[in-house]
Write a protein that binds this ligand. Structure first.
Ligand code: AMP
Length: 217
């Protein structure tokens, strides 16, 4: 099964991905996380330019993104399903993915759109914490770690994402509406889009997603 999460920043894609990946044994492809790993690698020649783009909230070039996707898929076994989180982020990328899937004889089963009003985005972003080691996300109010500022899974010290500030979020929302939002129609036309109310609590959203994916399996 190949599944995709769409939604504005902070709609809960990463949080729900953790549950879905475990339950449905999918490979979790978080492009944002893979890009942040490149930024953290002092020997990566692309790190600095990726960092500048991420901090402005603009998209990283398609050729780099497709290289990351192809490498990720080539390391999977042929029957392993993928959970796409943060890709595609434009119709152009969706077309590239369709072509890649056609070449690999794979299909996208469903696209879950996490519907969230912009007005709550900033509240959710303030308070968000990230484990820089395993990528697990937290929120000090809605999804706190058991021990303050410490990852439940790997014990690393939690950090605030460098692009979780007002200026970057403005850029991310602008990019979302100009480039990512058109994907809703793109996947609606393919009959693959299912919307869920992402203002609910984490468990209720997980239950909605579970009902959807359980019906596909
Ligand atoms: P995320 O962790 O998914 O919120 O992504 C953080 C940032 O990484 C985005 O604001 C973009 O700058 C960049 N990024 C993530 N996914 C993509 C993508 N599919 N194409 C281009 N840039 C991306």
């Amino acid at each position: 099964m190949n599944v995709m999460f769409l939604g504005v920043p902070s709609s809960g894609k990463g949080t729900q991905a953790e549950f879905v990946r475990k339950k449905y044994k999918l490979a979790h492809l978080s492009i944002g996380e893979l890009l942040r790993k490149k930024i953290d690698d002092p020997n990566d020649p692309e790190g600095q330019s990726i960092r500048e783009k991420i901090n402005k909230g603009i998209l990283v070039d398609n050729d780099l993104i497709m290289r990351i996707i192809e490498t990720f898929i080539s390391n999977l076994s042929s029957d392993e399903g993928i959970l796409f989180d943060g890709f595609p982020r434009s119709v152009e990328q969706a077309i590239l993915l369709d072509k890649l899937f056609e070449k690999l004889n794979k299909k996208l089963d469903c696209v879950i759109n996490m519907e969230l009003d912009d007005r709550v985005v900033m509240e959710r972003i303030n308070g968000r914490r990230l484990c820089p080691n395993c990528g697990k996300s937290y929120h000090i109010k809605f999804n706190p770690s058991k021990i303050k500022d410490t990852c439940d899974d790997c014990g690393s010290k939690l950090v605030i994402r460098e692009d979780d500030n007002e200026e970057s979020v403005k850029g991310r929302l602008k990019t979302y509406y100009s480039q990512t939002h058109p994907l809703i129609n793109y996947y609606k036309e393919q009959g693959k889009l299912i919307g869920i109310d992402a203002t609910q609590d984490i468990e209720s959203i997980a239950k909605n997603i579970d009902d959807i994916l359980g019906g596909i399996q």
